[in-house]
Design a protein around this ligand. Structure first.
Ligand code: AMP
Length: 249
């Protein structure tokens, strides 16, 4: 999207400068985004980045970009090796990578942290790092939907076998059933989008994330948002919830 900060410091690490420097918004937001797959968190992150002029700092994007990088840092090389072996990236490595990018957390433009923390260990380490940097969070936005609605959303997703365009059987159907509007390729359901696979993934996600929701809720930092409606409606709800939280702390 035009006018978005470059996020060079996030992608390239501590020695890289963002050029141009991120904008100085009138009000700086420092937020964490939580939400299960299929809830539309990535779309909200983009819309919020646009609206709040804050950088979208996603660990998933960071790892995907690092796969194409010629000279990754030792921590990044170790994280990519773990991913290649099909293992989870450890809390220590994830937080070492975030620590390498602490300048992004201190940035005058604020941030929307997405994909981290994923565990209580990461949440505690992030808390320590933010304290050390004397940076305080404004809120933790938690996008929520009942499991059955998520299964329905992801289960209806169809992907073009050729150009990878994504459709939905009811919410965003192609002009001709089963055929991509853009390249006429055949639309298929990805194996991990089958309802059973989605349920398994969601249950694992909930097991891992519920403790995080409890962690931030106890600290009175959690803002829950029902991720129902169009992206613009959910954005409106996010901004309203955020405003009412900020007016009451
Ligand atoms: P995402 O796009 O957030 O789903 O992240 C893509 C992949 O990157 C995940 O499946 C993990 O392998 C890895 N990853 C991203 N963030 C983290 C994290 N905080 N902790 C561990 N692994 C992560």
């Amino acid at each position: 999207m035009s006018g978005h900060p470059t996020r060079t410091g996030w992608f390239r690490g501590p020695l890289a400068e963002c050029d141009p420097a991120p904008p100085r918004p009138d009000r700086v937001f420092r937020l964490i985004l939580l939400g299960p797959p299929g809830v539309g968190k990535g779309t909200q992150a983009e819309l919020l980045a646009d609206r709040l002029r804050a950088c979208h700092l996603s660990t998933g994007d960071l790892f995907r970009a690092a796969k194409c990088q010629a000279d990754p840092s030792p921590a990044m090389s170790a994280a990519l090796d773990a991913m290649r072996r099909g293992e989870l990236v450890s809390d220590e490595l994830v937080m070492a990578l975030v620590r390498e990018r602490k300048r992004c957390l201190r940035c005058h433009g604020g941030f929307l942290l997405d994909g981290v923390p994923r565990t209580i260990g990461q949440a505690e380490a992030l808390d320590e790092l933010l304290n050390e940097l004397q940076v305080s969070l404004d809120a933790v936005l938690s996008y929520e939907l009942p499991l059955e609605e998520i299964v329905d959303r992801i289960g209806g997703r169809r992907t073009c076998g050729q150009c990878k365009a994504v459709y939905h059987v009811t919410a965003r159907p192609p002009r001709r059933a089963g055929v991509c509007d853009q390249c006429q390729g055949q639309l298929v359901q990805r194996e991990d989008d089958h309802p059973h696979a989605v349920r398994v993934r969601m249950e694992a996600y909930q097991r891992a994330t519920q403790p995080l929701i409890d962690f931030y809720s106890r600290r009175n930092e959690l803002v829950s948002i029902r991720a129902d409606g169009s992206p613009d409606e959910i954005l409106g709800q996010t901004l309203n919830s955020l405003e009412s939280r900020l007016n009451h702390v």
